[in-house]
Design a protein around this ligand. Structure first.
Ligand SMILES: [Zn+2]
Length: 285
């Protein structure tokens, strides 16, 4: 054991503090010109954290519980306590469950909810907490689009005037950075996929597909895959889940179309980094 004189201990503490500060700073804002999309391994559910090239942050769903806080802490570092946008795609627990904790521990710029979901969310505490914390709620709908310093976000679902329930009313987003695009389909059904093909057509075409409804057999239809024509797919799914997700039919469909897929239950956290032209996939396992 090395025993340092008292005055050196003080200097060591200062050096350690400065090192910690810069280490945290490196996490706080990527500001690197790269987009980072993290598909967190949070058990059965969805939680996607996207950081734009200038550090703009969007969290899409929060998984079933507070595990999302651990994942966000690792990505954002200790000092970053602000998320620009939190999207609650629909009220199911495996998507919205962890968002209550996110609202507790982070300051949030605005929360996006599907235009028709006011009623469903009002059954939970979610809207009450948003009101109490005075967080701006944006009710998004098909046709909305936004640009956040080079990060384009298009809303494909839910439509403005149709009464849809739960999974069908999921907020569907396409996120585009340069020439690289992500289609995030939450828990939509094959019925919604059909409507999206009719309403959006080739605009659905994307490089990376977040597989709908954890790879359930009632989604990811052949026609939808044909029009999206993804290069790769991500399946957000929990280990040994009781639903039998992902379904073999969907996996076989990916194989038939020659689409490599990554799944959280086998690969852990899935991170995709892009410079707007190419992208790389980093797997935890
Ligand atoms: Zn779900």
């Amino acid at each position: 054991m090395i025993i340092l004189p008292r005055k050196y201990v003080k200097y060591c503490a200062i050096i350690f503090g400065v090192a910690l500060f810069f280490w945290q700073l490196a996490f706080a804002n990527n500001g690197s010109g790269f987009l980072e999309a993290n598909f967190f391994d949070i058990g059965q559910g969805d939680a996607i954290f996207i950081e734009g090239p200038d550090g703009f942050q969007i969290l899409i769903d929060g998984g079933p519980n507070s595990t999302v806080l651990e994942k966000l802490g690792k990505e954002m570092g200790y000092f970053d306590r602000y998320i620009d946008i939190v999207v609650a795609t629909h009220p199911d627990k495996d998507h919205a469950g962890g968002l209550m904790d996110v609202l507790k521990y982070y300051n949030v710029g605005e929360v996006w909810i599907g235009v028709l979901e006011n009623y469903y969310f009002s059954q939970s505490e979610f809207l009450r907490v948003l009101e109490e914390k005075k967080i701006f709620v944006r009710y998004v709908k098909t046709g909305d689009n936004f640009n956040f310093n080079g990060l384009n976000v298009f809303v494909f679902n839910p439509p403005p005037n149709e009464k849809l329930k739960d999974n069908e009313s999921s907020v569907v987003l396409k996120i585009l950075y340069g020439g690289v695009s992500f289609l995030l389909t939450a828990d939509i059904t094959a019925g919604v996929e059909k409507k999206l093909i009719e309403s959006a057509g080739n605009a659905l075409d994307s490089d990376i597909l977040k597989t709908a409804h954890h790879g359930s057999k009632t989604s990811t239809s052949e026609n939808f895959l044909k029009i999206v024509s993804p290069e790769i797919a991500v399946i957000q799914v929990g280990k040994d889940n009781s639903y039998g997700h992902p379904h073999q039919t969907v996996l076989e469909r990916f194989e038939l179309f020659g689409i490599p897929f990554f799944r959280n239950d086998q690969n852990g956290d899935i991170e995709i980094i892009s410079d707007g032209k190419n992208y790389t996939v980093n797997l935890e396992k």
